[in-house]
Write a protein that binds this ligand. Structure first.
Ligand SMILES: Cc1cc2nc3c(=O)[nH]c(=O)nc-3n(C[C@H](O)[C@H](O)[C@H](O)COP(=O)(O)O)c2cc1C
Ligand SMILES: [Mn+2]
Length: 493
């Protein structure tokens, strides 16, 4: 029988990476892998693990070429430690957790913490001393930061932002970062550059899962993701200040790089390509770099990672690192906050990762209701970036079942009269369908289709009735014949 995690354990796991790994081990979800080559072999094992619908947490140690206990761990936030329930229940559970902690808790500053167990300054700085896996054969570098936090502080307001953006290793003292235009760290760094200054910046690799979730998820401008994570775990995150820049970071991070990012006019290096989550090598170009001035790390640091993979494996079904779950929950919240009534479910279709294909179930209450949902989903903060397809269905459709969604599209959608196509919507360099002329102009927009696969409201009562065996009756019949008819063994009911 599989062992389960209770609410208290989950909270502990959220607040502390090392406790989280202990709990994963207790419920038999942790596999320790020794002797792996960080050049492609680690990436291949990771991608194989995604064939499992709930991939095990893989903890790599004795990584070839590095000290035995400089470890790398994958599949933490998507693991069974954090995700319970099936189908829409998963999303509803996640929304409940978020709502309970809707108010961020202001983080507090402390003097010290395990992150300062090792302090490396000046000529001791050697980024190459830490495992930097090359995840995919075509990657243009070794990526240390995939499940990381990039921290920057607004020079005018003091707002501290933490976002997850990919980070690769260039030389002993240089990291490359890829931050899409419009992301908060991009806005903040431009303010520093406009003042003629280098942007102070910190990268953490290895942090509490609650922090990883907050950094990868969307919070509005001027909201600090540390405070959001604090709200989630019910107590303030403890911060220390970097000794060179003063930029804050949690005091129990595993590995921290601190330095300055000059403007791209001063220093830029070709970054990427990187096998990104849409499933392609995209986005290679000159990007600003982080010049590392200090490294802080715990003894035997554990680096977190979420390398992207093509979103077709069961383990990526909900997007990398459970981010599909986060984004489905956030879209549901946004729809309700925008005043759209009758939302019965929000889901991300497999194949689209956490962004491209949104499916929304509505209990249609008036003419134009489905359209409200579609238009908000196309333009709201949680789902506008890198979207493509929005499908609105009636609430009798099980939106977690792609066949049912496509059945609704096949049978309730009139392409000519029930479609909106909207152009000029926010996308990013990693969109493989960013049209070449837009890519050349830096016009990072694409178009969206909204498919209203709902019974047309004006004549929904005359719409042909659905032919399907009544579920309760089917269960009764199955129970009667189970044991007699072999084919029923493999059928739930
Ligand atoms: C594993 C993972 C990797 C990501 N990598 C990048 C990246 O390289 N560049 C980027 O702009 N966004 C990336 N994102 C998305 C951002 O983390 C996300 O949009 C987040 O909201 C950014 O924070 P911000 O809203 O404070 O800018 C990644 C997300 C995840 C889950
Ligand atoms: Mn932010």
């Amino acid at each position: 029988m599989t062992k389960t995690v209770d609410a208290a354990q989950r909270l502990t796991a959220l607040s502390d990476l090392r406790q989280c790994l202990k709990i994963a081990e207790e419920i038999d979800e942790l596999e320790v892998v020794e002797g792996v080559d960080p050049h492609l072999e680690m990436g291949a094992l990771y991608e194989l693990s995604l064939q499992n619908p709930v991939p095990p947490v893989l903890l790599f140690r004795k990584i070839k070429g590095y000290p035995d206990d400089h470890r790398v761990v994958v599949n933490v936030r998507s693991s069974r430690v954090f995700n319970s329930g099936v189908g829409l229940e998963l999303v509803q559970n996640y929304r409940k957790h978020r709502r309970r902690s809707a108010d961020p808790i202001t983080s507090e500053y402390v003097a010290d913490g395990p992150v300062f167990e090792n302090v490396l300054m000046d000529n001791q700085v050697d980024v190459l001393a830490f495992p930097a896996p090359k995840w995919h054969a075509g990657d243009g570098g070794a990526y240390i930061g995939t499940e990381c936090m990039v921290i920057a502080q607004d020079p005018d307001t003091g707002w501290v932002n933490a976002g997850t953006y990919r980070v690769s290793v260039r030389d002993a003292k240089t990291l490359s970062l890829f931050i899409e235009p419009g992301k908060h760290a991009d806005t903040i760094r431009k303010k520093w550059w406009a003042k003629g200054k280098h942007c102070p910046m910190v990268v953490t690799v290895g942090q509490a899962p609650a922090l990883g979730a907050a950094a990868a998820g969307f919070s509005p401008e001027n909201v600090c993701e540390f405070d959001v994570a604090g709200g989630r775990i019910g107590r303030p995150i403890k911060l220390v200040k970097g000794r060179v820049t003063g930029v804050p970071f949690p005091n129990d991070c595993e590995l921290v790089y601190e330095g300055f990012m000059p403007s791209p006019e001063a220093v830029a290096m070709v970054e990427g390509p990187f096998g990104e989550w849409p499933g392609y090598y995209t986005s290679s170009g000159p990007e600003p770099v982080l010049q590392v001035k200090a490294i802080y790390h715990r003894n035997d640091p554990i680096q977190t990672a979420t390398p992207p993979a093509r979103p077709i494996y069961p383990g990526t079904f909900f997007g990398t690192a459970g981010s599909g779950l986060i984004r489905a929950a956030a879209l549901w919240d946004d729809l309700e906050a925008a005043g759209v009534p009758g939302i019965k479910g929000v889901w991300k279709m497999p194949g689209g990762g956490s962004r491209f294909i949104n499916v929304i179930a509505v209990d249609q209450q008036h003419a134009g209701h489905a359209k409200m949902a579609g238009l908000v989903a196309a333009g709201c903060g949680s789902s506008t970036y890198l979207g493509r397809i929005i499908i609105i269905v009636d609430d009798d459709i099980d939106i977690t079942n792609p066949a049912e969604v496509m059945w609704a599209v096949a049978t309730r959608w009139d392409p000519k009269t029930a479609t909106d196509i909207i152009d000029g919507v926010w996308t990013g360099w990693i969109d493989p369908m960013l049209l070449p002329e837009r890519r050349a102009r830096g016009d990072l927009t694409n178009s969206r289709i909204i498919i209203y696969a709902v019974r047309p409201f004006a004549w929904k009562d005359e719409f042909p009735k659905v032919n399907a065996v009544d579920r309760a009756y089917a269960a009764e019949v199955a129970a009667k014949w189970r044991g007699t008819l072999k084919f029923l063994d493999g059928i739930a009911g």
